[in-house]
Ligand binder design. Sequence first.
Ligand SMILES: NC(=O)c1ccc[n+]([C@@H]2O[C@H](COP(=O)([O-])OP(=O)(O)OC[C@H]3O[C@@H](n4cnc5c(N)ncnc54)[C@H](O)[C@@H]3O)[C@@H](O)[C@H]2O)c1
Length: 521
Amino acid sequence: MAEPLACASVIAGSTDTGAAGGELTSLNPAQLTDVVARVALSGPPAMVEAARAAREAFPAWAATPAPVRGQVVQRWGRLVESNKEALARLITREIGKPYAESLGEVQEIIDTCDFFLGEGRRLYGQTVPSEMPDKQLFTFRVPVGVSVIITAANFPAAVPSWYLVPALLCGNTVVWKPAELSAAVGQALAELAWHAGVPASVLNLVQANGEATFTGLSQALEQGLVDKVGFTGSTEVGRAISELCGRHLQSPCLELGGKNPLVVMADAKLDLAVEGALFSGFGSAGQRCTSLGTVFVQREVHEEFLRRFTAAVEQAAIGEPMREVLYGPLIDTRYAERFEQYLELVQPHHTVHGSTGTGRITDANPRKGFVGSPEQGIYVHPTIVDGVTAQDALYRTETFGPLVGVGGFDTFDEAVELANGHGYGLSAAIYTTDAANAFRFRQRCRAGMVSVNNSTSGAEAHLPFGGNGLSGNGSRQSGIWVLDQFTRWQSMNWDYAGKLQKAQMDLVALPEADLDYRLDV
Ligand SMILES: NC(=O)c1ccc[n+]([C@@H]2O[C@H](COP(=O)([O-])OP(=O)(O)OC[C@H]3O[C@@H](n4cnc5c(N)ncnc54)[C@H](O)[C@@H]3O)[C@@H](O)[C@H]2O)c1
């Protein structure tokens, strides 16, 4: 086993080993005897100190030409690329994500850096015509200022990069607070950024628990040190962050939970739908914000879909994440305990399918075909629950584990209602061979992201990512759309008439017109 890494906050290049917020041991969830990192957590003052360092660094970074910032970001991407396997191994070791998916996660950072290299040469503003002569109007994108980015453990590298890369490219300075459970991945990614030329006080790393983060953020906002908050995590914490920011007249980016529906129409290619449901329901052990929550199947094909889906889940490879598996362990025992509580939402009238057991996978509660040994890891059985209706708590609760509900519907309108009615609005999918159904579904769906004949999971670095309702406040990551989060529009007017011209008052006379004129044809 590799030696544990030492992790701590790094503020303007100085490491805070004081552990005022306590010490945390980050364990490999597939092998709990493997200590991945020992983390010295900071107390609330670290957030304030980091925000102050970022504030001081802001003018110089904002004045650095955007194409140069773009090249820095691109170098970060190149360094991530040359460390791709090492970073992916660390992700798998620290949070138990299957290695192939960890490689994909690292690729997404590389893609994001590549995309924003080009954006450094654009960051376009506009020239706008004025209503007066000898006057020109312009718009410019200007950086927001100090951005505090707080992220979750389940996507410890790719999702942070969706914030960090555009924030830096746009000229902001940053305080990044990774999840405690992925402290080592956070430190590794930050280290690569510093080595790529991002100045230490432009990207500050704070390792702290949720409570200290909230208190520190609140103090930093109070002192006017923070201009933007980006948060990825649970809806509950997102709401608290939103209330805090609102008091300071700030609008945070919020990327929160999901209860993502997948609709299977009777005309769908069932095998394709099963494949999509398997990947999005059980991939990453259901610990994605875009994980499938409930499959709604048109009644004519409900039984057949369930039969094939159950068979696919029974055959799925589950086990040690460095091997070829659909999913590995849950990220932490806290998640497993919560998952077991969610199983209690399964009412007696539901039928549980597709597993040799429920709850934790252990030698005493084994899963046939388990890849490796479950004893030292946090593994849970995949669970399909049939008979989910809009009245069930399961219908509206994000379970954040390998549990997929299945429900039925008769008409397309009913399917749309079920897909929209749970309060979340992150991702939704429909399987159909009828193009009209696909377009109508997209049009009536409240989700920020809609898939047709594809699973609810997946993202591309240049497409907007984000949700509505309980899934977020409509902010979007990725592509050009995220620029609106990390820049503000500034307008400028330049009058070269040599006299004061007043808009709306000094009107330029229009040519004479005869508006009563009618054609005689
Ligand atoms: N929409 C998305 O893009 C997206 C992506 C990944 C995860 N998620 C969601 O994240 C959740 C899972 O992550 P989690 O359980 O770690 O979430 P969480 O909300 O408990 O924690 C997320 C982050 O917030 C910090 N935090 C916790 N309490 C805080 C507080 N009071 N103030 C400030 N920061 C605080 C944590 O330390 C962590 O860094 C799920 O709901 C999942 O759907 C959403």
